[in-house]
Design a protein around this ligand. Structure first.
Ligand code: GCW
Length: 719
């Protein structure tokens, strides 16, 4: 009987689920089905008073009224100022509007420009909910948070929320080219249609801004760090202005990438030497011009002397000379420079892991006040698993900006379900020990140890494109969401963020949540396990970075070759970064490096990152290293099968269109996992000379077959 009832219920559930494209993202307000909750919410939100009339307030009001009317299936009336003092939901950015004795005024002293307060209080026997902030922007954030509480079906009868962003700059970096291709983009083309701008404001720009505002993102870098100077010409500044105008009411500032050689390319100067007075003047004039178009322009991100980009070193000047020249130009307008630390040189015969640190640590203290150094989470390059970058904690006089990669360049691109919350957290929670135990990367970023630090930030390389669901893989939206949420509050757990996202994007049903959350939480480890287990890294296909190619050894620069990173030979595999090898470990604080420095005690997930380990080395499992690698590659691939099964079991809770898309992609992912497994093991076996244990099915293709695969038109690679 129970079974029949359950199937009827599930059938009814399926029936109701209309096809969805995923365009709505997590802002997918749904009519509440739970009657008890519905009546409780309706009772607590009987009417609204929202003070103010700015564009931002209008947006907040519309969002709130629309969200509530759908979720509560009822139009919630707005009351006039005369009845404001009895409104059940009272929202204002004016401290004086709150009843004395409510304590709101005091709380607002802690919330700065963007933080908000959401409080439920009993006044004259009536429960009232207050949303308060010091600015209209804070109100918008508070409203989105309140809506999130309802979307995720939280109780609202005794709210005591004071939420203040932990870092000031919460940004996206778009690696969007001006011809609309997206470097490392797997979700279609660039959202920015430069050709139809400024005249046509695609409604999608607004939806983009709204989605970002809902998770607290307040800055966007429109252009690729591999920059094109044309963006700085008047024709394009006009277009940039149109985007900035569209984003402004959502609290999103626009930034651009500055091509260091722009004075030559569009300024007709003979040099871009940062110490040349004409060059300095050119940038000053250019910046002044930009601010005429965009009065609140945020500033520049710069990739200089990195992977062929021009930079100050072309003129024998330092990174700080280059950054400070630009910093001086934007300073009068309160702009900032985010100077990237992603540098490594072809000429230097030094472990690439060490180069950014070697280059930047001596410059600590040399940068102007409005410069941040933007550092990737790890020292190599957004690998599936990477120890934290040794620069964190090593430049106490320089504000560092965290650069995460939201787009899954090395993490299965848009075919693999990989939730990056755990990756971001693993890095943020790593202990640098630079100021004693507990000096986590997150605390290095948010100024915990330096109260004078005014610039703090976290940015993510966006995974957004013209695909109808924005990010290609339906679950890739969770990575955009997680970046925003963690930039706002790095203390949130990856589980909590996954739970919120799942509830809003799919369903609040407990069975769904339990299975789907597990699926997400394990997904990154699963990907690592079948692609780069035990600290292997940079063994992907050349150029497009799609799929495995650990055998590649013929690229011009040694450190572009996978063989440089895994160093497999007849004795073993892995990169010796200890004192007997490249000694990259010395760049970490002695306490921090303890978990890695000894091969016998090194955490196994990073073992081959730091050590060249004999094939016969005994792992904690009791297996030899070779057998452990086999175990991991096989187990990882097998886990994708389990992911497929788990997803299949969720069919009753997900509309057919989105369910089917994920189902098909998981099938692709499984094939890709087997491809990684077979290609890597067959190749490494040529060194280990050991068999794949007999209990595993034998690879059905040869190493030569895997080596012969070519993907000249794979996306994201400038095609
Ligand atoms: O991860 C590498 C990418 C490049 C990228 C570079 C960088 C924008 O493969 O495509 O260039 O990093 O971060 O500058």
């Amino acid at each position: 009987m129970k079974k029949i009832l359950l199937s009827c219920f599930l059938f009814a559930l399926c029936f109701q689920l209309k096809a969805e494209t995923g365009y709505e993202l997590w802002l997918r307000y749904q009519a509440l089905q739970d009657q008890a909750l519905l009546s409780s919410y309706r009772q607590q939100i009987s009417n609204i008073y929202m003070e103010g009339s700015s564009e931002t307030i209008k947006i907040a009001r519309e969002e709130l009224l629309n969200g509530l009317s759908v979720m509560l299936q009822k139009k919630i009336p707005s009351v006039s100022v005369a009845s404001a003092s009895t409104a059940s939901l009272f929202i204002s950015a004016r401290t004086s509007s709150f009843p004395s004795g409510s304590g709101i005024k005091e709380l607002l002293q802690q919330t700065g420009d963007e933080g908000f307060v959401i409080h439920t209080q009993k006044i004259n026997q009536q429960n009232r909910i207050f949303i308060a902030g010091n600015t209209d922007q804070a109100i918008l954030y508070g409203v989105f948070h309140f809506l999130r509480l309802l979307q995720t079906q939280q109780p609202i009868s005794s709210l005591q929320i004071v939420s203040v962003p932990k870092v000031k700059l919460r940004m996206l970096n778009h690696w969007d080219n001006m011809n609309r291709t997206v470097e490392r983009g797997y979700a279609g083309f660039s959202l920015w249609n430069w050709h139809t701008l400024p005249g046509y404001i695609d409604p999608r720009y607004i939806d983009y801004a709204r989605a970002n505002a809902s998770i607290g993102i307040n800055g966007t870098v429109l252009t690729n760090v591999n920059a094109n100077a044309t963006i700085l010409t008047p024709t394009y500044l006009e277009k940039v202005k149109a985007l900035a105008d569209a984003f402004r009411p959502y609290g999103i500032k626009v930034y651009l990438t500055a091509r260091f050689s722009a004075p030559i390319e569009i300024g007709r100067l003979k040099t871009a030497d940062p110490l040349d007075p004409q060059v300095r003047q050119w940038w000053k004039d250019k910046v002044k011009e930009i601010y005429q178009y965009v009065p609140d322009f945020g500033g520049f991100v710069v990739k200089a002397n990195s992977e062929g980009q021009p930079g100050p070193q072309d003129y024998k000047r330092s990174h700080s000379d280059g950054a400070n020249m630009l910093a001086e130009a934007v300073a009068p307008f309160k702009g900032i420079i985010m100077w990237r630390a992603f540098v490594y040189s072809a000429e230097k015969n030094v472990d690439r892991h060490k180069q950014a640190y070697d280059e930047f640590v001596p410059l600590d203290g040399a940068f102007n006040k409005n410069v941040m150094v933007q550092v990737k989470n790890g020292a190599i390059d957004f690998m599936p698993r990477e120890p934290f970058h040794p620069l964190f904690g090593a430049m106490p006089k320089t504000p560092l900006m965290m650069e995460f990669q939201v787009t899954q360049e090395y993490l299965g691109q848009a075919t693999n379900l990989v939730y990056l919350g755990p990756l971001f957290k693993e890095c943020l929670d790593s202990d640098t020990y630079s100021n004693g135990k507990g000096s986590t990367v997150a605390k290095m970023l948010d100024g915990s140890f330096n109260k004078e630090q005014t610039l703090t930030g976290i940015t993510g390389v966006a995974n957004i494109g013209t695909d109808v669901n924005w990010c290609g893989h339906p679950f890739a939206q969770a990575n955009w969401y997680a970046l925003g949420r963690l930039a706002w509050d790095h203390s949130l757990s990856a589980e909590k963020i996954a739970d919120e996202w799942l509830r809003m994007t799919y369903s609040n049903h407990p069975t769904f949540l339990q299975t789907a959350s597990k699926l997400m939480m394990e997904s990154r480890d699963v990907f690592v396990q079948y692609s780069n287990p035990n600290g292997l890294h940079h063994i992907m296909g050349t150029g497009h970075h799609y799929g495995p190619a650990p055998w590649v050894s013929n690229l011009n620069r040694p450190d572009w070759n996978p063989v440089y990173y895994h160093k497999a030979d007849s004795l073993g595999i892995g990169f010796n970064r200890t004192a007997t090898g490249s000694n990259a470990l010395e760049q970490y604080h002695p306490e921090a490096r303890k978990i890695w420095e000894n091969m016998n005690t090194c955490e196994e997930k990073n073992l081959l990152w730091f050590h060249h380990v004999p094939w016969t080395f005994k792992m904690k499992s009791g297996r030899s290293l070779w057998d452990e690698l086999c175990f991991n590659y096989y187990t990882g691939a097998a886990k994708v099968k389990s992911m497929q099964q788990a997803w299949a079991s969720l069919k009753p809770y997900v509309d057919q269109q989105r369910h089917e898309q994920v189902r098909m992609l998981l099938t692709v992912q499984h094939e890709e996992a087997i491809w990684w497994r077979n290609a890597c093991l067959l190749y490494f076996q040529t060194f280990s000379k050991q068999p794949i244990p007999a209990n595993y099915e034998k690879p059905d293709k040869t190493l030569d077959y895997y080596k012969s695969l070519r993907f000249p038109l794979a996306p994201g690679n400038g095609n």
